[in-house]
Design a protein around this ligand. Structure first.
Ligand code: APR
Length: 247
């Protein structure tokens, strides 16, 4: 496969989804191997479950913490990190991810907006509590953790169905899209808002738009001008012409 020439772009925005972490052993939500083929997300990952059965949210996503103890960034993460590292000071690079696994940062990516939060962090479920989110390795699958400041249940610092994206993150993402000249979405089914709509904004400001995924988007999104189908961990090093093999 021939590599793409990105040298003329000054303001690049990349959106990633669960497909980028598949080769690291993290299961995507949709598609053939998707978690939501087995579990109904509206019943198990909805914000209402925080009220009715908060331990169930820990049981569903806490497992990811255990997996992340051993999971490693794969060639897709490493390619994007190396791509960003090669940028000049006159270029802007923003990596917006829907992933909650923190693998982009572990690969070395710097300007990352974690739209849906980070599963490695715990925070209080009481919106008025002063506890700041903190790094926490425990999956808390057996016993609901309680906030020492206010006695409310603690929760994962992630965005559940029915919850808003934190305002600052949404604002930063939208600001990056406002004047981007290249937008690439990788490993996402393109079904969850607001990220699903980002390509439309990028197209509106005249950016080149590219979709890279294992399977075509269903239904097809007309705002993508180019599409490359395959595994992100195989396609990205080729398309970006970046060597990520360990030496
Ligand atoms: N390389 C590229 N794409 C892949 C790979 C791979 N190795 N493996 C799977 N895919 C594709 C799947 O075919 C699917 O189209 O990645 C896509 C992943 O889609 P989703 O699982 O829907 O992930 P995403 O788009 O990130 O989901 C958005 O939905 O449930 C919520 O909060 C969750 O952040 C998530 C959001």
């Amino acid at each position: 496969m021939q590599s793409l020439d990105f040298s003329c772009y000054r303001n690049i925005v990349i959106l990633t989804g669960a497909g980028v972490s598949a080769a690291s052993g993290i299961r995507p939500f949709r598609g053939q191997e998707g978690l939501w083929n087995e579990i109904n997300p509206l019943k198990s990952a909805d914000s209402s479950v925080l009220q009715t059965n908060p331990l169930a949210i820990w049981q569903l996503f806490g497992t990811l913490r255990t997996q992340l103890e051993t999971a490693q960034p794969n060639a897709a993460h490493l390619t994007l990190a190396k791509f960003e590292a090669g940028f000049s000071s006159s270029q802007q690079f923003t990596l917006i991810t829907q992933n909650i696994d923190g693998l982009h940062q572990r690969a070395g990516s710097r300007n990352v907006i974690e739209l849906h939060g980070n599963v490695n962090y715990t925070r209080c479920s009481n919106p008025t509590c002063s506890l700041t989110a903190y790094l926490d390795k425990s999956p808390h699958k057996d016993l609901l953790p309680i906030c020492q400041l206010c006695n409310y249940p603690l929760r994962l610092d992630i965005v559940l169905f029915g919850e808003q994206i934190p305002a600052k993150k949404e604002w930063l993402a939208k600001r990056s899209l406002r004047d981007c000249d290249l937008f690439i979405a990788i490993g996402t089914s393109g079904t969850v808002w607001p990220a699903a709509n980002f390509v439309r904004s990028a197209n509106y400001v005249g950016a080149k738009t590219i979709f890279i995924n294992l399977e075509p988007m269903k239904p097809k999104n007309p705002y993508f001008q180019e599409e490359y189908l395959g595994r992100a961990e195989e396609l990205l090093p080729l398309l970006f012409n970046i060597d990520v093999t360990p030496h």
